[in-house]
Write a protein that binds this ligand. Sequence first.
Ligand code: G
Ligand code: G
Ligand code: MN
Length: 492
Amino acid sequence: MNDIDGKPETALAAEDISRLRNENSRLVNRVAQLERMLSLQPQTGLPTHFRLDLELEELIEDFRRREDRGGFSLLIIQLGDNFAAIRKTLKSSVSEWILYETGCRIQSLLEPGDKLFHTHENEFVLILPGRKGRALEGFLRRLITLLDEPHIFSGLNVGIRAATGASYWPEHGEERSAILHRADIAAGAAVEARKSFVLFKPELLRRAVERVELQNSIVKALESAGIDNLSEQFTLFFQPKVFASSVGEEYMNIERVEAEALIRWRHPQKGFLGPDSFIPLAEETGLILPLGKWLIYQCARRLVAWDAEGRADLGISLNLSVNMSARQFRSQDAADIIASALGTTGLAGERLTVELTETSLFEDPEATKKTLERFSALGVRISVDDFGTGYSSLSHLHRFPLDEIKIDRLFIENLDSNRQDKIIVSSLVSIARGMGLTLVAEGVEKPEALRMLWDMGCRGFQGFLIAKPLAAEDFLAFCDRVKADGMRIRLE
Ligand code: G
Ligand code: G
Ligand code: MN
């Protein structure tokens, strides 16, 4: 039989076979080269994640065959943030040296049968057969001491913080993936708690699962509803922030009312959630960015709608304060989002105040200044939230275009009994006045505290004494009541 070119079949096959042979040996070499690359980490010469997967599988098989229930412990050692920072900022030879040395240090502690892998840039995995509990404690002490020693390298002296998580086979999981996952959760818990070592326990898994679920439901709430209908799940409460013109025995007279918007979540399964149970997670995962954007738009729309309906009319246009988280503030488009919310709704910038914590302001003062100047250019007012709890230096406050300071409620709580708090608050009042800033006391619960604050010269008040955070309708009712009472609020 001939093929289509008319050549005899056997001749073609012989040619092909020799070509294929060459090709084959080239591929074999290439595969061997890739295997070497995949199985050994170049910086440390230690086996990689691929080898870990294979060897862990074999080890588990082996323990099962031998019915050795003594098992092993698996440690995940992660080098901390400062290692990542060194990698970014210093020459790569420095981070390579640190990795190499870390590998050597761990290796110096190993006994026959122990296995060390360099699985990711900043991560090592250690398998210690038969070592658990007390036997592991001794090892850990030596490991942590050794890892804590500074790395000295051509004049540099750097300490690297390492966090280790451990799990036991077979107690914490029978399968390879389970045992790795448990150790990873423990390592994550160690990083979060800034501890050198955490041993896995089932409670950690429950917490991790809960976090993932919560994260998923934030994503779902954001996705399913679309930015306009998000309000099916998220809703805003409004806590009045009032400015007094006089404070008497029974009443205070009010010059104007503003409100702070506070987010609440009507979670389909968990019910009504306050921000403390999801804002930190939203911050961590970046979900705060779409959520924060929704918030700003929501506040702008609210004000425009109230204006159109003639609600919340106290003779002066209502101002709403929005809390902006540090991550949102640092994102490139914080000012653009405000600008487009104002543009879309036609709201004047003066109607919004952005509340920022001291920590977000002082993290990167240069960038802060630029962003705040853009906010100011839009007419938006800027308020420092929870003032006094962070580390901001008073002398730096004047560098930023600020409008308002809110004294943290920690200082207000015991104002009538704590002399220290009294001194701090009255100096804050004079600083704020001196700098021409509006001052608001947060968490005012007792009439005595309000009177003391008034006597010190504070004019802005927020707290349960005046009103709790209120649903929109209740907030409007509050405004109506204040107006009906001749702009007075009863103090009791
Ligand atoms: O009631 P309250 O539990 O609302 O708020 C607790 C904390 O959550 C406060 O520190 C407040 O700043 C924060 N918070 C409330 N609402 C929001 C919001 O809409 N965005 C951000 N980033 N933080 C909020
Ligand atoms: O941190 P921020 O100021 O944004 O927080 C507002 C938080 O303070 C909300 O959780 C709100 O419920 C709470 N809050 C407001 N007024 C009072 C008060 O008078 N007492 C107490 N304990 N908490 C208050
Ligand atoms: Mn606030």
